[in-house]
Design a protein around this ligand. Structure first.
Ligand SMILES: Cc1ncc(COP(=O)(O)O)c(C=O)c1O
Length: 394
């Protein structure tokens, strides 16, 4: 789509769902911010102060929110802690947190911190097939004694896309706070967090947003919650125009910006500053269209040429995120063997090989070649020689 805007490494890169590639515009914005540091030193804060807020209008478009409802800050797990501190207020009759067994572990660790803190309990919705969740099982978990539910938009393992609109409606009916982890959907597909009435969301910028390793994450807080005062306060969330009056008491910035805690890394913000320029060149609906075209094509190729690999990603486009996951007993060895051939997928324990054809930069020809190499590796069992390296490489 805009492949020439990206610095493409040698070989075939199918791991944009873990770390997106560097765009030329991100490199440029990072270099510019570095230059400012070198030439302006502390005077650089004249343009760095408020940099996070300046990204909100473009970011809001990607999650379907008002600019005040989003802010670039922190990272997923730390942001989740900040939001849980504010939104999770268990009572005697409404006290449980619900998540799923297929969630990214760090989210579950954060949730456990808070249930342990309050002496309550984390309930997990389990999967019937180890890879996906059913609407019935998810909805069943919306019980009256539940205070908060956290769901991912897209499951990091199988790539299943969940129907957040449907669950947000259910959450409202049951007076439950719904939080969302959009790590595997932001930048890959459209969202409508405001209209869906999700209560809050978190995401990172290093996957489909291509903002760079360790780039700043982001949060969404629905405007209906703007009256809340963040439980974890820091000076960066203080009302901006009075923050340097150094008052002893906290007056929060209106909106999601109130949840910022500390000085952000300007270099980490600069990567996102550049990558958002790429997202202004194309409509997110076109990105989604291209992504589905590529994942459908890859699934067809796998069906045709690689019957040993079981596709665990939903076939239904409405239920598919941006990557395709296949199950194989030697998935880890296959991922190592592909990397040795300069094709970069990734592996998730215990038996999943993930491949993300990214709308911005991957092509169908690359998918043809990946499937051809996989066929060869399966035929000659060339992956078995990586057995001894299994603990060395991720
Ligand atoms: C779905 C999901 N949630 C949470 C995380 C953890 O992110 P962070 O390291 O930014 O806290 C990841 C990391 O890849 C993830 O994929």
């Amino acid at each position: 789509m805009l492949r020439e805007d990206f610095i493409y490494p040698e070989g075939i890169y199918l791991d944009g769902n873990s770390l997106g590639l560097a765009s030329r515009s991100s490199i440029k914005t990072i270099e510019n911010r570095l230059k400012e540091w070198q030439t302006l030193a502390v005077n650089g804060w004249a343009s760095w102060f408020g940099l996070s807020e300046s990204l909100s209008t473009d970011l809001a478009q990607l999650v379907g929110a008002m600019p005040e409802e989003v802010i670039t800050t922190g990272s997923i797990t730390t942001n989740l802690h900040a939001l849980l501190a504010t939104f999770y207020k268990p009572t005697d009759t409404k006290k449980y947190i619900v998540a799923t067994t297929l969630d990214f572990p760090s989210d579950l660790y954060a949730l456990q911190s808070w249930t342990q803190h309050y002496g309550t309990e984390l309930r997990l919705i389990s999967s019937r097939d180890k890879y996906t969740l059913t609407d019935e099982d998810i909805e069943e978990a919306f019980q009256d004694d539940v205070a908060l539910i956290l769901l991912p938009t897209v499951l990091y393992g199988s790539g299943q896309l969940l129907d957040i609109k449907r669950y947000a409606k259910r959450a409202q009916e049951k007076n439950i706070i719904l939080g969302v982890d959009a790590a595997h959907s932001i930048g890959a597909l459209p969202h409508d967090f405001h209209d869906w009435n999700a209560d809050f969301a978190v995401w990172c910028s290093y996957k489909y947003l291509n903002a760079g390793p360790g780039a700043c994450g982001g949060i969404f807080v629905h405007e209906k919650h703007f009256h809340r005062i963040p439980a974890l306060k820091g000076w960066w969330g203080h009302q901006k125009h009075t923050v340097f009056e150094m008052r002893p008491y906290f007056t929060h910035e209106p909106g999601a910006a109130a949840y910022q805690i500390s000085t952000p890394s300007i270099l980490a913000l600069a990567g996102l500053e550049g990558s958002l320029k790429e997202f202004k060149k194309v409509n997110i609906l076109d990105i989604r269209k291209r992504s589905l075209e590529l994942t459908t094509y890859l699934m067809e190729l796998i069906d045709q040429h690689l019957p040993e690999l079981e596709i665990v990603t939903p076939r239904n486009e409405e239920r598919r995120g941006g990557h395709v996951s296949v199950r194989h007993a030697h998935a880890h060895l296959l991922s190592l063997a592909l990397r040795a051939r300069n094709i970069v997928p990734d592996y998730r324990s215990p038996d999943i090989l993930r491949m993300a054809p990214v709308a911005f930069y991957n092509t169908k020809l690359e998918l043809d070649e990946t499937v051809r190499v996989l066929r060869e590796l399966l035929d000659n069992q060339g992956y078995m020689k990586f057995q001894d390296n299994v603990t060395d490489v991720v």
